[in-house]
Design a protein around this ligand. Structure first.
Ligand code: NOJ
Length: 547
């Protein structure tokens, strides 16, 4: 039977729970806070929630180091709160997807504790290797977060592989028992009623046999041998065949380095193993490969990324549309302008919300939150930021500036709900500092302003859902050479829209592409009240419709 693929009609909201809303006053965001805000999320026009990990975890990587896959962390309210959130979301017609993190666990997970002691059946649940001569590491691979990818475990007397933090040992997916565990975890959550998974770095789960040295990648050494590894499709097909196919659910793969052609091997609607893919190209227009190698923002690079995914996936698969998540700095500070915070936040919303795919809005994005710039490096909480700060050879000031620009923590400060103490996030002491601009940028103030970024998101999402050409139409980009203007149309049998976005902080002359007669169309969205047709204001956006 043809699947309904309901996710194609939805807009998702990403909740990074510890900074979303604290419902019990302990300083940590929790599911009681989410419960309070379900109507708010729904009011945006979002009909789904993706929860970053909320399972029990020591928190070495803010929850991406899981110590129990079948529970909800007590600090987030435990299972009781989760069931209420799940029921509350479903009662509102919203879907809920969980983060499935199975490339690695926490080193405090029972499996690892048993594996390091060689207790069966856990002995080979992880990737263990003896030290080489003179204690040499098993290979030259780097971890993504903390130096080399191998750490010596005194208990077992061997090295274990961790592609992320030291406290995140990689699972050995080649072990069929581990794959059975993954399937059981999936079943557990699907039986409980969740609607799908976002699968964390899922393209990393199969490592090349023999774990050879990597002589290809200059940084992140090893990636050539574990990204899109030899058995990845086979394992994912097994998860689909044995579990996912039995449920009305959907899956999103996170894929750090992938091109559309390669992506289709995972997400082609005819024979893929997953439904959608989070690629990183659309969040790499101001950096090379990682936010820590910054470059000047290039609109051309960004347009190339968006356009190539629109063109290549069309008719074959479905895009994830996103600009922000918990792993990258805030979009207004990166691709827009803090000086034109309101205008550029709206323009960026219009820029991606009218493309084909399922949009994701990350908490705080809908009010145009910006990067955080604390004076004290000790304010940072993220393992990657702390490591990069401590291991950089730059001056302390330059290192701090590096974090201001590149740290994931820029997007992890508490959501700014109002202008009261702690931005209304918590009545206790927030686990992480609040961005000090909360008196200017907050939800309460924007609720009362019909012209706010928040209300613009609502309007744009409503419009998106009313336009058949966005869901079913054909995307076409114009003036791809422009470094200041992003211009695209979506067209189906019934209607055409033209989306016009200026990335300039100055006025720009504007002429519609050939064939578009503005006078015959209707301007259905914009971020300036008065604008002259032939001149775009700084960061202006317009959406025109022809029927
Ligand atoms: C990707 C997640 O989005 C990120 O937050 C996490 O640190 C790594 N995977 C490791 O799980």
């Amino acid at each position: 039977m043809e699947r309904s693929r309901w996710y194609k009609d939805m807009v998702f909201y990403q909740v990074w729970c510890r900074s979303f809303r604290d419902g019990n006053g302990d300083g940590m965001g929790d599911l009681w806070g989410v419960l309070e805000k379900l109507d708010y999320i729904k009011s945006l026009g979002c009909d789904g929630i993706w929860f970053s990990p909320i399972y029990p975890s020591p928190g070495a990587d803010c929850g991406y180091d899981i110590s129990d896959y079948r529970d909800i962390a007590p600090e987030f309210g435990g299972m009781e709160a989760f069931r209420q959130v799940l029921d509350g979301a479903h009662a509102r017609g919203m879907k809920v997807i969980m983060d499935l993190v199975v490339n690695h666990t926490s080193d405090e997970h029972e499996w690892f504790q048993k594996s390091r002691r060689r207790i069966e059946p856990y002995t080979d649940y992880y990737i263990w290797r003896p030290a080489g001569e003179n204690g040499k590491l098993p290979n030259n691979w780097d971890s993504n977060f903390e130096g080399k990818a191998w750490t010596y475990d005194e208990v077992r007397g061997e090295y274990y592989l961790h592609l992320f933090a030291v406290k995140q040992p990689d699972l050995n997916m080649d072990n069929p028992k581990v794959r059975e565990e993954v399937k059981d975890i999936m079943r557990f959550w699907l039986e409980l009623g969740v609607d799908g998974f976002r699968e964390d770095v899922i393209t990393y789960i199969s490592k090349k046999e023999g774990l050879p040295d990597d002589h290809i990648f200059p940084i992140y050494k090893g990636m050539a041998h574990y990204n899109h590894g030899p058995h990845v499709h086979e394992y994912l097909a097994e998860f689909k065949r044995d579990v996912l196919d039995y449920y009305d659910c959907f899956t999103i793969a996170e894929a750090p380095l992938v091109w559309p052609k390669q992506a289709l091997r995972y997400i082609d609607e005819k024979n893929g193993q997953l439904d959608m893919m989070i690629q990183f190209q659309c969040v790499a227009a101001d950096c090379l490969f990682t936010d820590y190698i910054p470059t000047k923002f290039s609109l051309r690079k960004m347009k190339r990324a968006f356009s190539s995914w629109q063109y290549r996936l069309r008719g074959k698969s479905w895009n994830v549309l996103y600009l922000e998540n918990h792993d990258h700095p805030r979009i207004v500070s990166r691709y827009g302008s803090e000086k034109f915070q309101k205008e550029s936040a709206k323009m960026l919303a219009a820029m991606y919300l009218f493309q084909q795919g399922t949009p994701f809005v990350y908490q705080g994005q809908e009010i145009g939150m910006t990067n955080w710039r604390p004076d004290d490096p000790k304010a940072y909480r993220d393992v990657q930021s702390i490591y990069n700060y401590e291991h950089s050879k730059k001056s302390p000031q330059k290192r701090l500036e590096m974090l201001w620009r590149s740290s994931r923590d820029s997007a992890r400060t508490p959501v700014q709900w109002d202008d009261s103490e702690n931005a209304g996030f918590s009545t206790g002491t927030p686990w992480m500092a609040v961005n000090e601009n909360y008196r200017k940028i907050n939800v309460a103030q924007q609720e009362n302003d019909p012209d706010s970024v928040l209300n613009f998101y609502r309007k744009a999402i409503r419009l998106r859902k009313s336009l058949s050409c966005v869901r079913n139409g054909i995307y076409r980009e114009y003036r791809h050479w422009s470094g200041k203007l992003y211009l695209y149309s979506m067209k189906d049998k019934r209607q055409t829209i033209l989306v016009v976005c200026s990335f300039s902080d100055k006025e720009l002359p504007f002429k519609a592409p050939a064939g578009f007669i503005l006078a015959d169309g209707e301007k259905i969205l914009g971020n300036y009240r008065n604008s002259d047709e032939e001149t775009l204001n700084p960061y202006e956006c317009r959406v025109y419709l022809w029927k």
